[in-house]
Every structure is written in C-alpha cells, then in structure tokens.
Design a protein around this ligand. Structure first.
Ligand SMILES: NC(=O)c1ccc[n+]([C@@H]2O[C@H](COP(=O)([O-])OP(=O)(O)OC[C@H]3O[C@@H](n4cnc5c(N)ncnc54)[C@H](O)[C@@H]3O)[C@@H](O)[C@H]2O)c1
Ligand SMILES: O=C(O)C[C@H](O)C(=O)O
Ligand SMILES: [Mn+2]
Length: 540
C-alpha cells in the first residue's frame, strides 16, 4: 500500500493525527503537514469549520467529506454532537440529498448498487462492496417509498448510508462491519428518467416474479457470503415491504424498519404518554391516518400489545380504526392491502358511512384517544380535528409522524396550542420545545432512529437467529424510565440526545429476550457484557 492508498481509505486514514512513528512505518513521511494533531484537536477544528456553513445541505456535504476521508474523526464528532448532527446527517436533510443525489454525486461512500437487470452480478456486487470486511449489518432499500417523498430510484442509496451512520453514531456498531445497499429496480419518477445526470436505470420499476426472484437471490447470496448477517429493509413500497418481511422473518435475522421500528418507537411514545396520564392502554381508541407500510405496522404492534395486556383479538380490533385515501376503511372495499384488511369495518355499522371520507367526521364519529399520522399529507391534522380529539379524552395522544418536515400532518407548536397544552405530542422529525402558557413542552421524536440502532446492537451482540415479536415488545418497553415523566411538559419519549443510553437499554432488552427464547447463538452468555463488548468507539 502506498501513502495515498492509506490516506484515501476512510477506515485507515487518520489524516494529520498519524504520529511521527506511524508516518515512518507506513511510508507517510512528507505527505502530511508536519504538526501532529490529536483526535480532539481535529474534532475541534472540524467542528469550527462545520459551524461556518450556513445551510443544512452545505453542512451535510461538509460532514460527508469528513465521512469519506476519515470514519473515526466523523464518528467522534457525530457522537459528541449527536442531537445537532442527527437532522443533518439523517432526516430531514437526507431527503434533500436523495432528491439531488445524481446531480451532487461525488463519492459512492462504500455503498453497493444492485442492478435488477443483472442478477448474475449480485455476488460480485456484494463481494466488491464489502472488500475484505466482515459484514454483519446490511441496510438495503429499493427506494420506492423513501420517507414520504416517494420513488427515487438509485438516488435512494443515501437512505441506506444515512441509516447506517445513525447505527454507528447512536449504538456504536463498528462501521467496518456495515454495508449500505440499493436495489435499482427502475423508477417511475419521470423527472429522474429525464434528468441527464440521473445515475440509475432508465426504465420503469420491475414488478412481479422478476422482482421477487431478484430479492430472493440477493437474500440467499448475502446470507451465504456473510454468515452472521442482520438484514435491515428500508423504504420499500407498500406493495412489497410487508411481503418481503413476511417471507423472511421466520428464517433469518431480519427487520423492516418502517413496519417494526416505527411500531416500537410509537408504542414507546404511547406508553410514555400513558405513564404521565395514568391511563391504561386497553382503554384507548386508536385511529391510524395513512394505513400504508408504517401506519399498518404501528397499528398491528399496538394491537398486539393490547392483546398481551388482556384483550381478546376481537375486543382489540374493535378499538382500532384506519383511514387511508378512501376514507375510513370498510370491508366492502376491493383495494385494501392485506395489512389493512383486518382493520376494516362494516359499513352498515355507521349511520353516517358516506361522510366518513373526511378525517374530522371520522374523529367525531369513532372518538379516538390516539391519532397517529403516517399519511404523507401535510397539515391534515387541523385545529378542528385537534379540538374534536380533546372532546374524547382529557389528554389525547396525537403523533404526526410523516417525514420530512414539509409532509408532517401538523407541527408540534400548533398541536400544543390548539389542544391548550393537553395533547401528548411526538413528531417524526426533531421539534423544538414549545413554550405555551408558562410551560416549556419538550417534544419527543417518534422516529425509528431512536430504537433501530439499539435493536441492531442487541441482535448482533446476541447473534440472534430471528427477530421475534417478543423481542420487539421488549425493545418498546425498555424505553420507559429514562425521562422524568413527573415534570410538567416532559416529553413522551427520551430526547435524541439520550440515544446512546437508549441504545444500550434497547440492546440489552432485546439480547436478553433472544436468550430467553433460546435464539441467542453468541458464545457469551452474559448479554449485558456481549452488548458492551461489541460496541465500537471512535478513537485512534
Ligand atoms: N417517524 C417515523 O419513524 C416514520 C417511520 C416510517 C414512516 N414514516 C413516515 O410515514 C409516512 C408514510 O410512510 P410509509 O412508508 O408508510 O408509506 P406508504 O406509502 O406505505 O404509506 C402511506 C399511506 O398513506 C396513504 N395516503 C395517501 N394519501 C392519503 C390521504 N389523503 N389520506 C389518508 N391516507 C393517505 C397512502 O394510500 C398509503 O397507504 C412517510 O411520510 C414516512 O416518512 C415515519
Ligand atoms: O427515515 C426516517 O426518518 C424514519 C422513517 O424510516 C421514514 O421512512 O420516515
Ligand atoms: Mn423509512
């Protein structure tokens, strides 16, 4: 390896922190400025440089330069400034970089690009992208439903890169063991197909057998090449996400973030609210607005929890209502997804059925105490709807979860004001505190990023064979007790600044549950130790 092979490798490069001895040993004499910096000095200098950038996009591009050249320095900075960097590295700014990925392209960031037209290249792609690294965690997307911004083809690779950055920043997953992937199955976005800079396949999305065969070949190959793999699916479309998860979840350690991750964090937020109000989960009425991948995933997690808490399945379903594009879902509709169908109601049970295409009318009719938005439809939780929620219960739970910022069903500030401080609010993107009538309300971020890093750490540390519903339940329960819920204006979920602590708790809870269920394959039997030993720290 010559000097520049080392300096150009972000896993090896320490830049100006290479000591004089290392410079001699590695053939770096004279190719770096003479002063040897410490990691702390590099971080202080880089942070000062970062602070001069004015827009979030510039900030992200600058941080990606650091990421591309020196992973240790990047993660040292990220862990020092986790709450500040999170919205820049990840959601919402990642949405801007995805939309502009092909136009802004400078570096592949060690990602792998799987091409639907070349299944024969799956193995080579995985091997080439992994190099000699021992891959334990893959985040893969086909970018059909990126956040709420839809189909972005090859550009969507940035969501895999971004999710993995959070895995390491939040839970200390060794960055050398991760692999971000995109499956380019085409795109239906005309604007991309017509953009001369677009770097993906220029055809419509491939569907049906050819698509599922490709997915299957990818799974088989990845499992063969990387025997201790945990496979994370991100932002697949509503047609495919649940199908893929259902096909593999009982066979390999795998996870769909939008379905399961969002389910965990939202249930955690609901429990956080009920801890404060002193109410029981089984007394709540749940309304899902936007019953897609995330909406149906969350609803089914909360439903399972009500059953665990003692309701029969039939009693539990009675407490759930789902609104999608058609309005309140009825079982006579022929365009329901398999995930929506169990939540659909009998039209004849509603005298005003024809009016139930309107969310306000639904809220007035079914009287929910919990309203969760995953609709991608901005500003749909109106003042009237919030006031109607307040008629149903003393402290309504209202979570507008659609991302990025422009797509949120409501802002935290409006929800607090319109409910006169009564609503428990958590949002998908980070929200500032809301000061209202002398109370400062801290707004929880119900984003799967709070829990998927810890869940992954627990899966990897325990070497769990599968990710079960019980392990997912354990993850949700482990979120309580971190914030002081007795304080006026307390958030219903731990603030993102606590994500390292949250990740350790979630990881231990998941690993212990895996062990209890006989699914842990790790030689280490003390799960707390397995978790803490697996953690990677950014240092030279
Ligand atoms: N906070 C989080 O952690 C988190 C996690 C996952 C998804 N999300 C957000 O949730 C949103 C949905 O994501 P998804 O992956 O489920 O997408 P999806 O496409 O699977 O689901 C969106 C659903 O909303 C429905 N919808 C569209 N217009 C509607 C309308 N006018 N009224 C009611 N429903 C309508 C669609 O038909 C679809 O069923 C996105 O904005 C995403 O960013 C947030
Ligand atoms: O990526 C996020 O911010 C959360 C979630 O997975 C989403 O799709 O919106
Ligand atoms: Mn997602």
């Amino acid at each position: 390896m010559n000097a520049h092979d080392i300096l150009n490798n972000p896993f090896l490069n320490k830049g100006t922190a290479f000591t004089l001895e290392e410079r001699k040993e590695l053939g770096l004499v004279g190719v770096l400025p003479p002063y040897v910096q410490t990691l702390e000095e590099q971080a202080a200098q880089t942070y000062a440089h970062f602070s001069k950038k004015t827009t979030n996009l510039e900030k992200r591009l600058f941080l990606m330069e650091i990421f591309n050249t020196n992973r240790t320095l990047f993660y040292y900075l990220f862990s020092q400034h986790i709450a500040e960097f999170n919205p820049i590295v990840y959601d919402p700014t990642v949405a801007t970089t995805i939309e502009n990925y092909s136009d802004l392209f400078v570096d592949t960031q060690y990602a792998g690009y799987l091409d639907i037209n070349h299944p024969e290249n799956i193995e080579a792609t995985l091997k080439n992208a992994a190099g000699d690294r021992n891959i334990r965690l893959i985040v893969v997307t086909d970018a059909e439903a990126i956040l709420g911004i839809g189909d972005w083809g090859t550009n969507g690779v940035d969501i895999s890169v971004g999710k993995l950055m959070v895995y390491t920043g939040a839970a200390g997953i060794d960055p050398a063991t991760v692999l971000p992937l995109v499956i380019d199955a085409g795109t239906n976005r005309k604007e991309l197909l017509e953009n001369p800079n677009y770097l993906g396949n220029r055809h419509e999305r491939v569907r049906g057998d050819r698509y599922y065969d490709f997915i299957d070949q990818f799974v088989q190959t990845a499992e063969r090449l990387f025997p201790k793999l945990y496979l994370h699916w991100e932002d697949f479309g509503r047609l495919n996400a649940a199908n893929i998860l259902n096909k593999y979840k009982d066979k390999i350690p795998t996870f769909n973030d939008d379905i399961q991750g969002t389910g965990i964090v939202t249930l955690g937020g609901i429990y956080g609210s009920l801890d404060i109000s002193g109410e029981k989960l089984t007394d709540q009425i749940y309304l899902c607005f936007g019953g897609g991948t995330a909406g149906a995933g969350i609803a089914s997690r909360v439903l399972s929890e009500m059953i665990t808490e003692g309701l029969s399945e039939e009693e539990a379903y009675k407490r759930f209502f789902m609104v999608d594009k058609q309005g309140l879902l009825f079982d006579d509709m022929d365009d329901l997804t398999p995930e929506q169908r169990p939540f659909a109601k009998k039209r004849s049970d509603f005298a005003n059925a024809d009016k139930l295409t309107d969310l306000l009318e639904v809220v007035k009719t079914v009287k929910p105490t919990i309203l969760v938005g995953t609709s991608t439809q901005p500003n749909t939780f109106t003042k009237e709807i919030v006031e109607a929620m307040c008629q149903n219960t003393e402290r309504p739970i209202i979570f507008p979860l659609s991302n990025p910022t422009e797509l949120a069903e409501a802002s935290a500030k409006d929800l607090i004001e319109w409910s006169d401080g009564k609503a428990f609010v958590a949002t998908g993107i980070p929200s500032d505190n809301v000061d209202y009538k002398g109370v400062s309300y801290q707004i929880g971020q119900a984003n799967n990023a709070l829990i998927y890093p810890g869940l992954g750490l627990g899966m990897l540390a325990s070497e769990a064979k599968l990710l079960t519903d019980e392990m997912i339940g354990a993850a949700a329960h482990s979120l309580s007790g971190i914030v002081d819920s007795g304080k006026l204006g307390a958030p219903v979920l731990p603030p993102f600044a606590y994500v390292a602590e949250v990740s350790s708790k979630v990881a231990e809870a998941v690993a212990k549950k895996a062990q209890e269920q006989g699914l842990a394959q790790s030689k280490e039997t003390d799960m707390a130790k397995a978790v803490s030993e697996l953690k990677w720290y950014p240092k030279y």
